[in-house]
Design a protein around this ligand. Structure first.
Ligand code: FPP
Length: 231
C-alpha cells in the first residue's frame, strides 16, 4: 500500500453491487482551460482508483457507465479520442485485472464499438473469465431504454415460438432478458459532478437502489470518495 493510499474505513455494510455514473470530465478540463480529452484521460485514472477501492471494500460487482448510446452524438474527434482511451485501458485491464483476480464483463450494444475496441474487449473478457474475485461491468454504447426494447423484442420472439407462456409473464421474465441477467441489481448508485438524474442508466435495475450524488468531478474522484459513498 503506497503512503497516499487511504485507509479502508470500518463499514457496517458493503453493497454487493455498486454502479457509477462517471460525470464531469468535460467540466474538469474546462476549469483548467484544457481540451475535454484531458478530462477523459484523468477520468480513466479515476476508473482504476474506483476499481481498487471497490475491490478493497469487498464489493462483488461494480458497474461503470463508460459510454452511452447518446455519447455517439458528441463531436467525432471526442468520440475517436474516447475510443482510443477505452482501447488502451482494455489492453491494460487484460493483464492487470487477471493479476488481481478481477473478472471483466460488458453490457450494451457492443457491436456498435469500433472493431479494434471489440477485439480488445473480447480479449480482456476471455483473459479474466476464470477470475473469481470482483466483477467489473463496463456499460458501453449503453442505453436503458434500448436494453428494455431489446428485452421486449426477445420476449415477443419467444412468445411467438411458443417457448414462453403469456400467462407466466412476470418481473422475472423481464430480468432474464436484460443484459444484466447474470448480475444482481445494484444496491448503491454513485453519480459524480452533482447532477440529480439517471441519464438512461439501468432504468429497470435501479428501482430499489440507494443513490449517492457527489459534487466531486469524476477526474477528482478517488478511493476516499468511494469510501465516503459507502459510508
Ligand atoms: C462524462 O464526462 C464521462 C463520460 C463521457 C464517460 C466516462 C468516460 C471515462 C471515465 C473515460 C474513459 C473510460 C474508461 C472505462 C477507460 P462528460 O464529458 O459528460 O463531462 P461534462 O458533463 O462535464 O461535460
Amino acid at each position: 500500500m503506497s503512503p497516499s493510499t487511504p485507509r479502508l474505513p470500518n463499514l457496517e455494510r458493503v453493497p454487493k453491487h455498486a454502479a457509477i455514473i462517471m460525470d464531469g470530465n468535460g467540466r474538469w478540463a474546462k476549469q483548467r482551460n484544457l481540451p475535454r480529452i484531458e478530462g477523459h484521460k484523468r477520468g480513466a485514472d479515476s476508473v482504476e482508483e474506483a476499481v481498487t477501492a471497490a475491490d478493497r471494500a469487498g464489493v462483488e460487482f461494480l458497474t461503470l457507465y463508460a459510454f452511452s448510446v447518446e455519447n455517439w452524438n458528441r463531436p467525432k474527434t471526442e468520440v475517436k479520442a474516447l475510443m482510443r482511451l477505452l482501447n488502451d485501458a482494455l489492453r491494460k485491464y487484460k493483464s492487470r485485472f487477471g493479476e488481481k483476480n478481477i473478472r471483466l464483463q460488458a453490457i450494451g450494444r457492443l457491436n456498435d464499438l469500433p472493431e479494434n475496441v471489440q477485439k480488445s474487449l473480447h480479449e480482456a473478457i476471455s483473459a479474466t473469465s476464470n477470475c473469481t474475485g470482483m466483477t467489473v461491468i463496463l456499460a458501453l454504447s449503453y442505453s436503458g431504454r434500448v436494453e428494455l426494447v431489446e428485452a421486449f423484442k426477445s420476449i415477443y420472439r419467444e412468445l411467438e415460438l411458443g417457448h414462453l407462456d403469456p400467462a407466466q409473464l412476470n418481473e422475472k421474465t423481464i430480468d432474464h432478458h436484460l443484459y444484466t441477467r447474470y448480475y444482481p441489481d445494484p444496491d448503491l448508485l454513485i453519480r459524480t459532478s452533482g447532477e440529480m438524474r439517471l441519464s438512461n442508466f439501468l432504468l429497470w435495475q435501479l428501482s430499489y437502489t440507494e443513490i449517492h450524488v457527489t459534487t466531486t468531478l469524476w477526474p477528482d474522484f478517488g478511493q476516499k470518495d468511494f469510501f465516503s459513498a459507502l459510508k
